[in-house]
Design a protein around this ligand. Structure first.
Ligand code: ADP
Length: 494
């Protein structure tokens, strides 16, 4: 048995401490799985807002308080707190970086009042990235691998390779950078670069500069030892075209031999209808009448009438263009003319919020709407809906379509990124959902109608539901792929 690896997992969100999307789920479950495989993983993340430190069991580490971290020409103070993610898989230590000036608000990236990114996001994440590197020196723990995620962690590989290149604790550390969404790039003006403390000679297009701006994402793409993204299809898409690559397709093509697609997994200790504590009726694929009880509970929650014959379409999503809401908007009239009910849980763009508010007003008996973030409702919608809508324009991996499968809620998706890698059209008794290719309203409507048609065929529908519930996207396979990559990196050096 080869020796287990030491892995530092750097992330800007992780449940249960913070969450805006799938990254938080992945940051919770991948480290647990790696730990279960015999590795020592520690997570390091900002501590946003006032958290219930008693409930979350967050403790001070006396010797890690008052750490001085340079940001621009001043010094910011960082305290490290400790907590553990505990599950049947074991315990993973989490270091929470505390600084009230930068992370005093609960929302990780966007000012809840203005709905816009915090103007200080450059300083907030320069601080986080520098703190991570600095804290390592104080922990007296040497990682073999630093695994960074998305732009908010993008400077760490550059600090290791530049100003810390002679640091004995860091100079042999390998960095892995995972792209969870290439659309978020951490773009700031040149003056933000000056606050980073990185050397001037990397401010060029082979370093950190992206069209006259400083990009955290580009920094990571150029300085990390290996780049991964969260599905094979998305790895191909982002290195093949501008449409998906947003101008980074060139670098990604150049680094193709270092670019890997590894599908995210599902944490079935959290997303499993047989054990889910957040739903009123737990069920397996042999107890589908209980799924109907959840449907009743869901409709009751939204004060809608229950009719077993009427399919409920569920949506749980950030309300943004990425998720295909312009297509949804374009087919709303047709959708409302069908005998269906539509339930939406989401936060995001005001335009989409308005559209759905109007829709609810016009169709009070058909539409349930919750504008906000609710973990509980997300579970109830997965359990109580018949069909799940996810017509994304692009989708690096997507988790909800995989959660839906396990809850027997049939996904209607566009064939992009992780959706293409996990969902296939139900045909001749094979497949697990309904899939369309072209990003066009008619293609989405068609796919929805295929689902509605099959829903009427009770026997066939139940067969599909049972088949969908049997798919297994647990983390183990993907976590092993990460370990293989980590090991290949370490070997490369020797
Ligand atoms: P993304 O990370 O692009 O938002 P994913 O499908 O990978 O999309 O992950 C989304 C995660 O966020 C899922 O766990 C989903 O249940 C959750 N989620 C999204 N919006 C909400 C919401 N309004 N309330 C509760 N959970 C939400």
């Amino acid at each position: 048995m080869p020796k287990g690896l030491n892995i530092l997992f750097c992330t800007s969100e992780v449940t249960p401490y913070s969450k805006t999307g799938g990254l938080a789920d992945v940051s919770n479950s991948l480290p647990q799985e790696l730990n279960a495989l015999g590795h020592a993983v520690r997570i390091i993340t900002p501590k946003y807002g006032p958290l219930d430190e008693r409930k979350l069991r967050i403790y001070e580490i006396k010797r890690l308080t008052g750490i001085e971290v340079p940001v621009g020409d001043r010094i910011a103070i960082c305290n490290i707190k400790s907590s553990f993610i505990v599950s049947p898989k074991g315990k993973v230590q989490v270091f929470l970086i505390e600084n009230d000036e930068f992370f005093g608000q609960t929302s990780p990236y966007v000012d809840a009042k203005s709905g816009k990114d915090y103007p200080s996001n450059d300083e907030r994440f320069i601080f986080y990235n520098r703190a991570v590197v600095q804290v390592l020196g104080l922990l007296g723990w040497q990682p073999d691998i630093i695994h960074c995620n998305d732009w908010q962690t993008g400077l760490i590989p550059a600090y290791i390779k530049t100003i810390h290149s002679k640091d004995p604790l860091l100079n042999s550390v390998k960095s892995v950078f995972t792209i969870h969404n290439l659309a978020f790039q951490g773009l700031f003006p040149h003056k933000s670069f000056l606050k980073s403390g990185l050397p001037d000679n990397i401010y060029n297009e082979n370093g950190v500069e992206y069209y006259d701006q400083f990009s955290f994402l580009k920094t990571a793409l150029n300085f990390s030892d290996i780049i991964t993204t969260v599905s094979e299809k998305y790895a191909q898409e982002i290195s093949a075209s501008h449409e998906y690559g947003y101008g980074f397709e060139g670098i990604l093509k150049k680094r193709k031999k270092d670019l890997y697609g590894i599908l995210n997994g599902v944490d079935y200790t959290v997303w499993n209808p047989e054990k889910d504590k957040l739903i009123p009726f737990r069920y397996s694929s042999k107890e589908l009448p209980l799924k109907r009880e959840n449907k009743k509970a869901l409709l009751k929650h939204f004060e809608l009438d229950y009719d077993a014959e009427v399919p409920v379409l569920g949506v749980i999503s950030r309300l943004t263009d990425q998720k295909g809401f312009d297509l949804v908007e374009a087919i709303l009239k047709d959708l409302m003319s069908e005998n269906i009910q539509l339930i939406i849980l989401g936060t995001g763009d005001k335009t989409y919020q308005k559209i759905f508010e109007n829709l609810k007003k016009k169709n009070p008996k058909k539409v349930g709407l919750h504008l906000g973030f609710s973990e509980e409702l997300a579970h109830l919608i997965e359990a109580g809906s018949d069909i799940f809508l996810m017509p994304s324009k692009y989708e690096p991996c997507g988790l909800n379509q995989m959660y839906s499968l396990r809850y027997g809620t049939i996904p209607v998706v566009r064939a992009t990124g992780g959706l293409a890698d996990t969902i296939s059209e139900y045909k001749n008794g094979k497949g697990n959902g309904f899939v369309f290719e072209k990003y066009e309203p008619a293609a989405l409507l068609n796919a929805v109608r295929r689902a509605l048609k099959l829903f009427k065929n009770r026997e066939e529908w139940i067969k599909l539901v049972r088949q969908a519930m049997a798919y297994d996207f647990s983390w183990e396979v993907s976590a092993k792929k990460y370990v293989e990559l980590y090991r290949s990196l370490i070997k490369k050096e020797k």
